[in-house]
Design a protein around this ligand. Structure first.
Ligand code: GAP
Length: 538
């Protein structure tokens, strides 16, 4: 199972501290989010997997971390000053602002057709470098990390003696003043990109483009975003970015949003290295570039076989970290029944839902659209009880549901059953899980048990080099449930037997390890834990 609506993920992220709206206590800042204690771990783990697969496990890649602020000329010659624009229209009726190519001549907010003519709007955030605000101080927050790689091409080549083909990988922040940031982490104004610029001999570019498409699909699969959930969109010529000869967009099937771009894989030709080079006329460029009188370098590669300088072509796989993390969460998310519901309890909750929906149908307070939506959703849940019982929560959170008195009764019937018979689980790949191991003492007022549990946690932290936590704030069942919800693959419980105080002396110095996915429990000697877990984390 995967998430069936984006709201499930948004609610989990907020509830458990994956993601918070930015500057929330001041009313937020549109299109800006902060990653909380679990979100930062998930995001870092996703980036680490990308870096491992693309930098460490390949023989043809170098890493880079270029500055966010760059000389303005970078953005002049990259083409972003001139072309990184969207056509915008304003609605004269409700004063909202829209992308002209998204709205078909009608304001989506108020329906008015009284719109201004489209005007270009540059999506780069500008700032100034130094204390004097003249035009010479103008700088931009980078809208893509890629340019930091292009302008360092000669530096990397000179210091690593690489031969074509080779790539440079970089992860970092990018900023775009999106007109309509929306859909949670999907379209935001500050985000992170994981980008590779892969430099190849001209003429081999198309084959490498196909190769990277395959490699990237395989990588998404390895982090839990399966190939069959991604469609490849061969971007038609009139939609291509100004630098691209051909682009494949990987479109992940997000709940509610449908297929949306998670990564773009572009053939940028010799456009960028050519654009940032001096003496362009001597370089046999195939791309159309702006004449460059400012660059001090020729960004070329000396081909030892042909004994001549060439401007490499570039294949660019460019993925968003936030969009990636969101897809990973959607795929991992499941709500599942852990124990069968007794027939009489199922009947009682079915009756409460039926009565609630009857009352919704009769309600005069509800807007007809809200009423119909609630009825349709409620009936869908009713047709799939008990499996969809946990969806009573989002049903009761729908607009206007709080005006239906019988909602309280339904919640009262459903909530204890949800708590007792269902769990939310994130089936994250263990390497992506924010917390790898949680350690509990069976009794929190037993000093030796607490001390042993804390010692195991510390030891595993060192041995695994990943986040482990200690928790004693509830009964074991509740603690398991909490860890399931954040995707912790293993929970360890220290009990009387561990201390040699139980009925089974043979279990002294062993603990219970409980598996998130199967919920199976195994007794493992404390001394074997590091090896046992390291094997599983591979
Ligand atoms: N260097 C090429 C480039 O920047 P892009 O298709 O504009 O290409 C690459 O962006 C990736 O960055 C996208 O596939 C997406 O994952 C992510 N991305 C772009 N704009 C974003 C936004 N406003 N919010 C979140 N992620 C975004």
């Amino acid at each position: 199972m995967t998430a069936t609506s984006l709201d499930q993920i948004i609610s989990l992220c907020k509830r458990r501290g994956f993601v918070f709206p930015g500057s929330e206590i001041y009313g937020g800042l549109q299109g800006i989010y902060d990653y909380g204690p679990l979100g930062v771990e998930l995001k870092n783990n996703l980036i680490a997997e990308w870096w491992r697969a693309n930098v460490y496990e390949r023989d043809d890649m170098e890493g880079l971390d270029a500055a966010i602020l760059m000389n303005r000329l970078v953005w002049k010659y990259s083409g972003h000053e001139e072309t990184f624009n969207d056509p915008l229209v304003d609605c004269r009726t409700c004063k909202s602002r829209w992308r002209a190519d998204h709205i078909h001549g009608r304001c989506p907010n108020c329906g008015s057709t009284d719109l201004t003519e489209p005007r270009p709007f540059n999506m780069m955030f500008s700032t100034q470098v130094g204390p004097v605000a003249d035009s010479g101080a103008l700088a931009y927050l980078r809208p893509e990390t890629a340019q930091g790689i292009f302008v360092n091409f000669a530096n990397v080549l000179a210091t690593t003696s690489r031969k074509l083909p080779f790539g440079i990988a970089q992860v970092g922040k990018a900023f775009r003043n999106e007109i309509n940031p929306r859909n949670f982490l999907f379209r935001v104004r500050e985000f992170e990109q994981m980008e590779i610029e892969y430099f190849v001999m001209p003429g081999t570019d198309e084959a490498w483009h196909q190769q990277w498409l395959e490699d990237r699909l395989r990588w998404w699969d390895s982090v839990g975003v399966p190939r069959q959930r991604i469609t490849v969109y061969d971007v038609p010529p009139d939609e291509l970015a100004h630098y691209s000869k051909r682009t494949y967009d990987l479109m992940y099937q997000y709940p509610d949003l449908g297929p949306q771009e998670i990564e773009g894989i572009a053939n940028r030709t010799d456009y960028d290295l050519g654009s940032h080079s001096k003496d362009q006329a001597s370089l046999n460029l195939t791309a159309r570039v702006t004449p460059n009188a400012d660059s001090t370098a020729r960004l070329t590669y000396f081909d030892p076989e042909r004994r001549q300088h060439v401007v490499p072509y570039v294949i660019e796989p460019s993925a968003g970290v936030g969009r990636g993390a969101l897809a990973v969460l959607c795929e991992a998310y499941a709500e599942e029944m852990t124990r069968a519901l007794p027939a009489e309890k199922l009947q009682a909750v079915t009756d409460a839902l039926t009565a609630f929906l009857k009352s919704v149908g009769r309600s005069e307070k509800l807007h007809p659209e809200a009423r119909d939506a609630m009825l349709a959703y409620g009936e869908a849940i009713g047709n799939h009880l008990p499996e969809r019982l946990p969806e009573v929560e989002p049903l009761l959170a729908m607009p206007g549901a709080d005006t239906i008195e019988l909602g309280k009764k339904l919640r009262g019937q459903a909530q204890p059953l949800i708590d007792e018979h269902f769990r939310t689980v994130l089936r994250l790949r263990p390497r992506l899980a924010p917390v790898k191991v949680a350690v509990f003492p069976l009794k929190r007022n037993h000093d030796a048990m607490v001390e042993t549990a804390r010692r195991i946690r510390r030891q595993l932290q060192l041995e695994l080099g990943a986040r482990t936590v200690y928790d004693d704030t509830g009964a074991i069942g509740k603690l398991y449930r909490r860890q399931d919800e954040i995707g912790t693959p293993w929970c360890i419980t220290v009990d009387f037997d561990t201390l040699g105080e139980g009925k089974e002396p043979a279990l002294t110095d062993t603990v219970t390890v409980r598996d998130r996915d199967t919920m199976a429990q195994e007794r493992v000697p404390i001394a074997d834990l590091p090896l046992y877990l390291r094997e599983k984390l591979r």
